[in-house]
Ligand binder design. Structure first.
Ligand SMILES: Cc1cc2nc3c(=O)[nH]c(=O)nc-3n(C[C@H](O)[C@H](O)[C@H](O)COP(=O)(O)O)c2cc1C
Length: 311
């Protein structure tokens, strides 16, 4: 007799029915995907990063396709916290786990925003975006300096008693000190990675492809880098980790769990297949059944490494 698999995990104090979330900026505010996917089938979703006021992004062209990847310089275009709380959230069915992402230009901005979001009973947790690679002010400044990042997280922590997650930038030489700074400042979890700073050129026009010149690379091209960083971060901190970067299948997601992630986020793949996150959740269950794994949590950090000192 096949035993039922327990797919539930707890990430940063948030109970999830399965470890699959969708990544900020790739899943709108949830309702856009409702015709394709019952959001209660996945662990939850992370909304587009919000700011205190609505914000327009960079002018087009601001996305481009690259080999196995996507370049974007959208730059935190969003409806603002009021419209999110008053319009987007109430439009979601009950039972959907919502993690709200916040972005600011200084720690006070982040703290005010995070407090407003976490005060909402519909928000299960707050993810601080300290890692947007193509916004001129904010985000990346914090995401590349462990001291500044620790100060930012500490400031937000003072105002947020609920689950607090920090999204880390891959645009650093060493990821471990960034994760350690979050742990010391009282974060409940870290998400990694955001997009990798990149650019592309059109040789006919001799111009950059993006109006912003620089953008962030996402999609399958970045998955091995994300995996490496998740593995390194998981060895540096006790915090639960949410792995993100280039996940297109259940197999990809399982790689992140094995490397130490408690949960995963599906990003760019949503543009290709809006049902991907649901299919990935189903695929993890099937893998567990096939391998006689009774709890998905048994996969977390179960990577077998011959040379554990490699890091
Ligand atoms: C078009 C686009 C917009 C994004 N916007 C945000 C954002 O607002 N906040 C954020 O934290 N990450 C944002 N990201 C980064 C994703 O959440 C994710 O970290 C990254 O794309 C890597 O995952 P993927 O390869 O599965 O897409 C965005 C990514 C894309 C492609």
């Amino acid at each position: 007799m096949i035993q039922a698999v327990d797919t539930s995990v707890e990430f940063a104090g948030i109970p999830l029915r399965n470890p699959v979330l969708t990544a900020s900026g790739t899943f709108g505010y949830g309702t856009e995907f409702a015709p394709f996917l019952d959001l209660r089938r996945i662990g939850g979703f992370v909304g587009k990063s919000l700011t205190l006021e609505p914000r327009f992004g960079n002018p087009p062209p601001r996305i481009a396709e690259t080999p196995s990847g996507m370049l974007n310089a959208i730059s935190i275009e969003n409806i603002g916290v009021d419209a999110f709380l008053n319009e987007a959230l109430p439009a979601l069915p009950d039972g959907v786990v919502v993690i709200a992402s916040c972005f600011g230009t200084d720690p006070e901005d982040y703290a005010r925003l995070a407090q407003r979001l976490s005060d909402s009973p519909r928000v299960a947790g707050v993810e601080i975006n300290a890692s947007c690679p193509h916004v001129k002010s904010g985000g990346i400044e914090f995401g590349q300096d462990p001291k500044l990042l620790g100060e930012l997280v500490g400031r937000v922590r003072e105002r947020v008693s609920g689950p607090l997650i920090v999204k880390l930038s891959p645009n650093v030489t060493r990821i471990a000190p960034m994760a350690e700074a979050c742990q010391e400042a009282g974060a409940d979890g870290v998400t990694l990675i955001n997009t990798i700073q990149s650019m592309e050129v059109d040789v006919e026009t001799r111009r950059p492809v993006l109006s912003n010149v620089l953008g962030g690379l996402s999609g399958p091209a970045i998955r091995p880098i994300a995996l490496r960083m998740v593995w390194q971060a998981s060895r540096a901190v006790d915090l639960p980790i949410c792995g993100v970067g280039g996940i297109t299948s259940a197999e990809d997601a399982i790689k992140f769990l094995l490397c130490g992630a408690t949960a995963v986020q599906v990003g760019t793949t949503n543009y290709i297949n809006p049902m991907a996150a649901g299919e990935i959740a189903d695929g993890i269950l099937q893998y567990a059944e096939r391998h006689g794994v009774s709890r998905v949590t048994d996969l977390i950090g179960a990577l077998e490494v011959n040379s554990p000192s490699a890091s």
